[in-house]
Design a protein around this ligand. Structure first.
Ligand code: UD1
Length: 362
């Protein structure tokens, strides 16, 4: 029996592990020799950042929660490593599976590898080459020590090959985040605010903003929100606010008629709105993939992306982090001539099946 320990810690991890766990459960029913445990590091701990995803995506309760949320980058990484080492000492496993690029991904990969346990990385090989972002450091460190790599694109394979990894350990499988999107698209939930704000299809914008580069300087954050509010052609803007951003926003007084700042939304409600929005303004990476698949225009306030296919093939455009770039981008969006885009190869909803096939063959 092959035993896999799956790691999840922060919001974007949950939609990536859900379809893998589902697939393992299906294989167990047909008698395949695979078992798993789920470790939640506790990096994200608010109900709206964690539990609601478990409930909506039917993710089973974790076998353990390491409770390692909050703190500085080093404090958080250290707390996860200490907790996970203790867990591994008491719980044997054949393979640790980490996903994405958050602190939990890197911390658990290092811990397992030092205990001579094989590690596989889902969403391996993507690179922004921007070392100012903690995620890029997490990606590079994780990939430098992993044994097996599950990739979303050919470019990710190329990056891994260029770093000296062997072709036989790299598996181009597609995107598990898109498995979750496609599996749940007909379950999206209309949020209460649809009625309350009298929203109608394609007549509102969605916005998210949580990267340190955009939100940690409160003056800059205010300029970004001002520019968006002033150039949205009177469209309503729905802005579910991440706890990190909320901490900063609570220090200033904001008063906009057309921006609705709300608590983080659940997965099914958030994507209900994205799918029906006129466009999205964000600094997230995952949302650029989801908008690409749903064909929704996406304006990204970042200078670079580790997901270039969302720009080359998809509906995403990078405008940098200078608030001055927001007006021309919105003007372009309102001209109704935003590119249409296409869906990258293998982002077809069957990635988890391919991943579990490969794991069984390892
Ligand atoms: C993390 C990931 C980022 C991902 C984002 C999605 C890293 C380095 N970054 O960033 O890649 O896009 O998650 O949300 O791993 N907080 C709460 N409640 C929570 C979670 C966080 O109050 O449930 C607070 C934390 O205490 C902290 C801040 O928000 O003060 C940031 O949390 P943290 O996990 O450090 O990073 P994120 O900015 O969420």
């Amino acid at each position: 029996m092959k035993h896999i320990t799956i790691i999840a810690g922060a919001r974007p991890n949950f939609m990536k592990i859900a379809p893998i766990i589902n697939e393992i459960k299906k294989r167990q029913i047909i008698g395949e020799s695979i078992n798993y445990s789920l470790v939640h590091t506790g990096q994200h701990y608010d109900k709206k950042m964690s539990l609601s995803f478990f409930e909506q995506l039917n993710i089973p309760e974790p076998d353990v929660n390491l409770g390692a949320g909050g703190g500085t980058q080093a404090e958080q990484t250290a707390a996860i490593m200490i907790g996970f080492e203790k867990y591994l000492l008491q719980n044997k496993t054949d393979l640790v599976l980490v996903v994405g690029d958050v602190n939990s991904t890197m911390a658990c990969a290092i811990t397992a590898k030092k205990m001579k346990i094989k590690v596989a990385h889902v969403e391996a090989g993507i690179r922004s080459n921007d070392y100012n972002m903690p995620e890029e450091i997490n990606r590079i460190v994780t990939d430098s020590i992993c044994d097996y790599f599950f990739t979303t694109t050919k470019l990710a394979d190329k990056n891994l090959l260029m770093s000296g990894h062997k072709k036989e350990n790299i598996f181009l499988v597609g995107n598990t985040m898109i498995d979750t999107l496609l599996n749940n698209r007909d379950r999206f939930i209309k949020p209460y605010l649809w009625k309350k704000l009298c929203l109608s299809e394609k007549e509102f914008l969605m916005m998210t903003m949580h990267r340190p580069n955009n939100v940690d300087d409160v003056e800059k954050l205010k300029m970004i929100i001002d520019e968006i509010a002033n150039n949205s052609h009177n469209m309503k803007i729905i802005f579910p606010v991440h706890p990190r951003t909320q901490k900063l926003l609570s220090k200033i007084i904001l008063n906009y008629e057309n921006i609705y700042m709300i608590e983080p939304l659940s997965y099914l409600e958030f994507n209900y709105l994205v799918e029906r929005s006129f466009g999205v303004l964000t600094d997230s990476g995952g949302i650029t993939e989801e908008t690409t698949v749903m064909g929704i225009p996406c304006i990204t306030l970042r200078d670079n992306t580790e997901r270039p296919e969302t720009v080359i093939q998809g509906t995403n455009e990078l405008i940098g982090t200078d608030p001055k770039n927001i007006k021309p981008a919105l003007n372009k969006l309102f001209k109704n001539s935003w590119k249409k885009g296409s869906i990258p190869e293998l982002w077809d909803g069957k990635t988890s099946t391919r991943i579990v096939d490969e794991i069984l063959n390892l």
